[in-house]
Design a protein around this ligand. Structure first.
Ligand SMILES: NC(=O)c1ccc[n+]([C@@H]2O[C@H](COP(=O)([O-])OP(=O)(O)OC[C@H]3O[C@@H](n4cnc5c(N)ncnc54)[C@H](O)[C@@H]3O)[C@@H](O)[C@H]2O)c1
Length: 385
């Protein structure tokens, strides 16, 4: 039986609580922690949990009866809390974004390596039947080399969204929609297509003059072989139509699922390649429906890794790659230059201190609310075609 604690009892915490409860034959919720302990008490009541309530995660460090901890606090706290937990011998599942700088990611990965404990970064959108099926199709390489990828990480958040105390600031949120929303699709992009060699990006704040950070960014990734990717990160898109489209030389595939394969007529104009279409369709349709999707899917993966000392799907190295792309977007847009990957400790955005020194303030944070009464949130797109 794996004993679990959760640190941070805000909006995302119910997704973790519900997931652990779904696997009650394999794990048990042992403690809930929040700097405002009333929030933990409220969650315990809401889910009828018999758990210890603590107001400081450090009180969990010495407890031998806790094996795995979900870190659900604001981004600026992820690194310190995760590193202390790993050093204390706990396995850690940390919410996205992994951290607010590459230096922090490197320190977290080092702590995981040295402790031999699991470190997983939440990327629950990977755990969707449509995503896993698309990933399989891409691995067949039936589409031929991918020449263009389109990542539309479109979300919509109203003005008051950035009034929450930690949002809308470089210091506490760590960035804007590129870091905190598009992180989901940038993770899936690098998982499916690999890392580009270079990033060129522009960021803007079009609609939220109560926030320091961007609410829109457009980035172009260039691969060594000349292929391109365009990544749009936004919280100003009505309808939140999120998609990733992969254009291969022979066919295009995407999530939400759509397939088109063209071959050339004698005059160079397209006609459908029916044979290839049928082959790719067969591969896609043969993929299994996942038993658990979203947070339950990822928590199942983490529990399995703890049980069997196996690898998690989204470890700290994967989390770092995603943050590397995001950091390159910030670096490129700030200095108005193309940025070559990989990024190391020479990047002006490698440390949190330098990021805070260099990052543009589009506006200053105007309002501060401690909490919203309305606690219901949405966590990602509908990927069904
Ligand atoms: N995976 C997803 O789809 C998804 C969705 C929403 C939020 N998130 C992520 O989850 C994290 C939390 O976001 P949220 O929306 O739940 O925020 P929130 O503000 O609703 O909740 C954060 C909670 O953490 C507590 N807290 C802050 N510092 C703490 C500390 N040092 N120790 C203990 N508790 C502390 C706060 O009191 C608060 O209750 C963020 O990293 C966010 O990006 C992920």
């Amino acid at each position: 039986m794996i004993n679990v604690a959760i640190v941070g009892m805000g909006a995302i915490s119910p997704s973790h609580i519900k997931s652990y409860l779904q696997f009650s034959d394999r794990c048990r919720l042992q403690a809930l922690c929040d700097i405002t302990p009333e929030k933990a008490e409220k969650r315990a009541d809401e889910f009828n949990l018999e758990v210890d309530i603590v107001n400081d995660y450090k009180k969990l460090l010495e407890r031998e009866d806790i094996h795995l901890v979900s870190v659900c606090t604001p981004p600026y706290t992820h690194a310190d809390i995760s590193i202390d937990l790993l050093k204390a011998g706990k396995h850690v599942l940390v919410e996205k974004p992994m951290a607010s700088s590459l230096k922090e990611c490197d320190a977290m990965n080092q702590a995981a390596r040295e402790s031999g404990r699991q470190l997983s970064v939440v990327a629950q959108n990977r755990f969707k039947t449509e995503m896993m099926s698309l990933k399989h199709v891409l691995e067949t390489k039936l589409m031929g080399p991918i020449v263009h990828t389109q990542v539309d990480s479109f979300w919509w958040r109203g003005y008051s969204y950035y009034d929450l105390w930690w949002r809308g600031t470089w210091e506490k949120e760590g960035g804007g929609c590129t870091l905190n929303h598009a992180v989901h699709h940038i993770d899936i992009f690098q998982w499916m297509n690999g890392m580009p060699a270079e990033i060129t990006a522009v960021t803007a704040n079009t609609t939220h003059d109560n926030a320091e950070i961007e609410d829109l960014s457009v980035a172009i990734g260039r691969y060594e072989n000349g292929s391109l990717a365009q990544i749009t990160s936004s919280v100003v898109h009505h309808g939140e139509e999120q998609q990733l489209i992969f254009q291969g030389k022979n066919a295009r595939v995407s999530v939400p699922w759509k397939l088109k394969a063209s071959k050339s007529k004698e005059n160079g104009f397209p006609e459908e390649d029916e044979e290839l279409t049928a082959k790719i369709k067969k591969e896609y349709e043969a993929q299994p429906v996942l038993s658990y999707e979203g947070h339950p899917g990822q928590i199942d993966d983490v529990l399995e890794a703890v049980e069997n000392d196996s690898e998690v799907l989204v470890d700290g190295e994967e989390g770092r790659k995603t943050l590397e792309l995001i950091t390159a977007i910030y670096q490129s847009s700030t200095f108005k230059e193309s940025v070559k990957l990989p990024l190391d400790n020479n990047s002006p955005f490698y440390t949190r201190e330098n990021m805070l020194k260099n990052a543009p303030h589009f506006y200053e944070k105007k309002n501060v609310v401690q909490d919203f009464d309305e606690n219901e949130i949405t966590t990602g797109g509908n990927y069904q075609s």
